[in-house]
Design a protein around this ligand. Sequence first.
Ligand code: PMP
Length: 308
Amino acid sequence: MPITPTKKIWMDGQLVDWDAANVHVLTHSLHYGSGAFEGIRAYPTERGVAVFRLRDHIERLVRSCKILMIDCPFSVDEMVEACKEIVRVNELNDGCYLRPIVYLGYGEMGLNPLPSPVNVAIAAWPWGTYLGDDGVANGVRTKVSSWQRHDPNAVPTAAKSTGAYVNSSLAKVEAIKAGYDEAILLAPDGKVSECTGENLFIVHDGVIYSPLHSDQGSLEGITGQTIERIAADQGVEVRYETLIRSDLYLADEAFLTGTAAEVVPISSVDDRVIGDGTPGPITKKVQSTYFSAVRGEVERYDFWLDYV
Ligand code: PMP
């Protein structure tokens, strides 16, 4: 997905020109994957552009830092303000994607990260649908990956750490090379975990199911939590349970959720067509409410929006 440059990037409290927002080649995180990051979206609303669940994302960033023993030099409030500032100064009034990253900078080399300086950057740019407009409308073809999700005792899966994404990239490339849109990763115990950058949900007999985050090492997704609330308000229960591969094959509906991807129907898993291959009624309903909520069209969900 190409990046569209904007004017400024926030770096350690300063607004830096886009082209000058560089790091040294000996930046610790570049070598050892020792960073934490977030993906956030802002959407246009009738009251101006608003960042969706901004504080929830920044709080997760701080939790990721805690797990990685990175002492983040900025508070949640400061980073929330910085996110809004970067949308404002770049005049991203039609919405955008925001990428805050806390990384270990230049100064130390070697596997002990503790003496390294900690840097924070926040970039924002306009970004279209992550899995394509057709995927959002008609569903994506998925494949169970030969790559496993991390064991949480190998790489902590509750942290959105930069290094952990080697695993997702391997799975994504394998799926794309095999002609699919997205990969589904299984946990080391063989149970279903999540996709490369999205949580996974299935619908069976009117109930939505998703794997347990703590057991199957999936990230606690904010979009998934949003869908949980939207579904509950529509009288549809979401249960977090262990899922096995054949549960996916036999699902009535399936969809994936993520800030970048948003809410995307799954049309097939390992070439087994889900339902009739088109987005099912529960998927369509929660998806359309999600798109209305992020755009400020549903009053009861206005508390999720941070107006810039
Ligand atoms: N799992 C992984 C591995 C992810 O990278 C993401 C994206 N952050 C998600 C799930 C979904 O999380 P969210 O809905 O908070 O974007």
